[in-house]
Design a protein around this ligand. Structure first.
Ligand code: ADP
Length: 164
């Protein structure tokens, strides 16, 4: 029997964007099981709590089969071992992503060769999108509805009512 592809898509997802969601739905075509995992990073002060980010991710991915939402702290490769994952999924938007992603992929391979990093290229229509840009536009009063799933827009508007 061929190996099942169990992939972890790690990230901050603070918040989830349509670019992340596009990557997730395309990844479901190649992975047998996809775990979208929020990294609890004590060094970054997030806009949304881990629980809020998990809720938004669950709502936005509810229509996709074989997608699970989870969170983790510590080393990604340790989490991969715990979840018996054989792949890490990451997205590449531009050359600027490549350098840091290559470094992380090589480091993770050194730490745990059983886990292969797989990259999907961003779709052209989302290749400019980042969580940071969404937050900037939102807090400057701009319309972020084209950039985030409905569940995220709703949560942003209710959490920060002074902004549209
Ligand atoms: P991190 O804080 O780990 O960079 P992000 O949530 O910003 O987490 O991104 C997680 C992954 O998703 C990264 O591999 C990133 O390159 C990828 N990604 C982010 N935005 C997009 C997008 N618009 N299209 C495709 N991939 C994306």
């Amino acid at each position: 029997m061929p190996n099942r592809l169990i992939a972890i898509y790690p990230g901050s997802f603070d918040p989830l964007t349509n670019g992340h969601l596009d990557l997730i739905s395309r990844a479901t075509r190649v992975a047998d099981h996809l775990i979208v995992a929020i990294l609890k990073n004590s060094q970054k002060e997030p806009l949304f709590s881990t629980a809020d980010r998990e809720d938004m991710l669950r709502e936005a991915t509810a229509h996709l089969a074989d997608v699970e939402v989870d969170s983790f702290e510590g080393l990604l490769v340790d989490y991969a071992a715990k979840r018996s994952a054989n792949a890490i999924l990451r997205g590449i938007r531009a050359i600027s992503d490549y350098e840091i992603e290559l470094q992380m992929a090589l480091l993770n391979r050194r730490l745990r060769p059983q886990t292969e990093t797989i990259f999907l290229m961003a779709s052209e229509e989302y290749s400019f999108l980042s969580s940071r840009m969404v937050k900037e536009v939102f807090f400057l009063g701009g319309d972020v509805s084209p950039f985030v799933p409905a569940a995220v827009l709703k949560r942003m508007q209710s959490s920060f009512p002074k902004k549209r």
